[in-house]
Design a protein around this ligand. Structure first.
Ligand code: BES
Ligand code: MN
Ligand code: MN
Length: 453
C-alpha cells in the first residue's frame, strides 16, 4: 500500500483542485435551466476518464440527462467491477443560509464546502482518482473496471432502468461498487447493506366551483382545507402506525440478531434531540426504537400541503381546493407500486362527503437488501480495515438510491455500498461539505478493494 499512499498524498492538492472544478458546475438535475450545466458536467467527467486512461469513454444520451460510460478491460482472468455514481445534485435553496456560495467550493476546517461535495460528485470522484492512481503507478489495473455515472439520481433515475436493461452486456460485471452513502462516524467506516425504497403520490381535493366569501357561505359550505386535513389525518393511527390497509403486509420483521446488532451500535437520544432542537422524538411508530424506525420500518410522510390563502394579512375565504404531496419510504420485500395503489385506494375510500378527490401516482424506487457475508462485502470490509485500522459497521440506511436494486437484479451481481461521507455533511441542505480526511482515505480504500478482489 505504501507506494499508493505516497502517490495519493503527493497528489492531494492537485486532486482537490480537480474536484473543485467539478463542483463549480451547477448540475442540478431537477431544474431545466441547468440543462447545459448537466451536459458540461458529463463532458467534464468523460474528459477526465479519458485523461486517466479509461477506454471506450462515451457520453450516452437518454430521454433525460446523459449517462457516462467508460471501461478498462485488460485483465481477462480477473473480476469486473462496475462503478456507479451520480453527477447530478440537489437544488441549493435556501440560498441565504450558505456561508459561501454553493458552486464556489471553499475549504474550511479540512472540509470542502459545495453542493455535491459529498452527494455525490466528491464520492464518485474517489473512484476516478483510485483508477488514475493505480494506472499511473502500474500501467494497468488489478481488475477490469467499468464506470456508469448518471445525471438523474436526484430525480429518481427515471431513465436508467431502461438503459440498464438495454445494455446488460455492456454493463455485465461481477460486482457493482457505489460510494453514495455515509460512514458511521468520524474514523468509523460503514458498509450499507440495505436501502429503503420509495413511492410518491399527490392528492388534490375540490369542493365548490369557486372560492367563497366565508361570511356569506361560512357555516354552511364545506372547506377544502378542512376536508383535506381530515382526510390526511386518517393516514396514521394514534400510535403512529400507518393506517392504510395492507401497508405492512409484506414487511419482514428484523431478526432478533439484527435488532441486537442495531442496539449494540448505540444511540444517543439526548444528543440527537439537542442537535435537532427537539424536546421529544415522537415521529413514526411508538413501539419501535428510533434507530429501527429510521432504517428498517416503512413510513408515510406528508411532504407538502397547500391550499387557500397564504398572502399577507387576513382573507376571509373558504377555499375550494387543497393539495398534498405524499411519499412513502419502503423496506425490503415491499413493492412500491402495490403500496402506491393501497394509499390511493385509502384516500379515495376515506374522502369526506362533499368533495371530489384526484390522486396521481408518481415516482417509485425499489428497496434493497443484501447479505453481509457475501465475499465482495467481506473484501470491502478488509479494505476499510487496511486504511482506517477499523472494521466497518454494517448498517441499514433509511435513504434511497433507487437504481441499486435494478443493478442487483438486471446484472445479477452483488452490490457493495462503500460510503465515505459523514452523517453530518448536510447533503441536500445548505453548507453541504465533504471531509478531506475521507478524500485521501477513500481513494486508498478503493485502491485496496480493487487489489484485494
Ligand atoms: N446519496 C443519497 C442517498 C443516501 C443518503 C444514502 C444518505 C445513504 C445515506 C441519494 O443521492 C439520495 O438523496 N436519494 C434520494 C432519492 C430520491 C431523490 C429519489 C432520497 O433518498 O431521498
Ligand atoms: Mn447520492
Ligand atoms: Mn442525494
Amino acid at each position: 500500500m505504501s507506494k499508493v499512499s505516497e502517490f495519493v498524498s503527493k497528489h492531494h492538492q492537485q486532486n482537490v483542485e480537480e474536484l473543485k472544478e467539478l463542483l463549480r458546475i451547477p448540475s442540478i438535475s431537477s431544474l431545466s435551466e441547468h440543462k447545459e450545466d448537466i451536459q458540461k458536467t458529463a463532458s467534464w467527467i468523460a474528459d477526465k476518464l479519458k485523461n486517466i486512461g479509461m477506454e471506450h469513454v462515451e457520453v450516452i444520451e437518454t430521454k433525460g440527462h446523459p449517462v457516462i460510460y467508460a471501461d478498462w478491460l485488460h485483465q481477462e482472468k480477473a473480476p469486473t467491477v462496475l462503478v456507479y455514481g451520480h453527477y447530478d445534485v440537489q437544488p441549493v435553496d435556501p440560498l441565504h443560509l450558505w456561508e459561501t456560495p454553493p458552486f464556489e467550493p471553499d475549504i474550511r476546517d479540512e472540509k470542502i464546502f459545495a453542493r455535491g461535495a459529498t452527494d455525490d460528485k466528491g464520492q464518485t470522484f474517489l473512484h476516478i482518482k483510485a483508477v488514475e492512481t493505480l494506472l499511473a503507478l502500474n500501467g494497468k489495473l488489478p481488475v477490469n473496471v467499468k464506470f456508469c455515472i448518471e445525471g438523474e439520481e436526484e430525480i429518481g433515475s427515471p431513465n436508467l432502468p431502461q438503459f440498464i436493461s438495454e445494455n446488460k452486456e455492456k454493463l455485465a460485471c461481477d460486482v457493482v461498487v457505489i460510494s453514495d452513502s455515509d460512514m458511521w462516524d468520524k474514523g468509523v467506516p460503514a458498509i450499507t447493506y440495505s436501502l429503503r425504497g420509495l413511492c410518491a403520490l399527490e392528492v388534490s381535493l375540490k369542493t365548490a366551483n369557486t372560492d367563497l366569501h366565508s361570511g356569506m357561505f361560512g357555516g354552511g359550505v364545506q372547506n377544502a382545507n378542512q376536508l383535506l386535513v381530515q382526510l390526511l389525518s386518517t393516514l396514521h393511527d394514534a400510535n403512529g402506525k400507518v393506517n392504510v390497509a395492507h401497508f405492512y403486509d409484506d414487511v419482514v420483521e428484523l431478526t432478533a440478531f439484527e435488532k441486537e446488532q442495531i442496539k449494540a451500535l448505540g444511540f444517543d437520544e439526548e444528543k440527537l434531540k439537542q442537535s435537532l432542537g427537539l424536546t421529544e422524538l415522537t415521529g413514526g411508530e411508538n413501539n419501535y426504537p428510533y434507530p429501527e424506525k429510521i432504517s428498517s420500518r416503512p413510513t408515510l410522510e406528508i411532504n407538502g400541503l397547500w391550499g387557500g390563502f397564504q398572502g399577507e394579512g387576513t382573507k376571509t375565504v373558504i377555499p375550494n381546493e387543497a393539495h398534498a404531496k405524499i411519499t412513502c419510504r419502503l423496506v425490503h420485500n415491499q413493492q412500491p407500486e402495490k403500496i402506491q395503489e393501497s394509499v390511493k385506494k385509502h384516500l379515495e375510500e376515506h374522502a369526506p362527503k362533499g368533495c371530489t378527490i384526484e390522486v396521481t401516482l408518481q415516482d417509485t424506487g425499489n428497496p434493497f437488501l443484501t447479505p453481509i457475508d457475501s465475499p465482495m462485502i467481506q473484501k470491502a470490509a478488509e479494505a476499510y480495515q487496511n486504511v482506517y485500522g477499523q472494521s466497518p459497521v454494517y448498517k441499514r440506511e433509511g435513504g434511497s438510491i433507487p437504481i441499486v436494486s435494478d443493478f442487483n437484479q438486471a446484472l445479477n451481481a452483488p452490490v457493495v455500498l462503500m460510503g465515505f461521507g459523514l452523517p453530518d455533511e448536510n447533503l441536500h441542505a445548505p453548507n453541504e461539505h465533504f471531509n478531506l480526511e475521507n478524500f485521501d482515505k477513500g481513494i486508498l480504500t478503493i485502491c485496496s478493494f480493487l487489489e484485494l478482489i
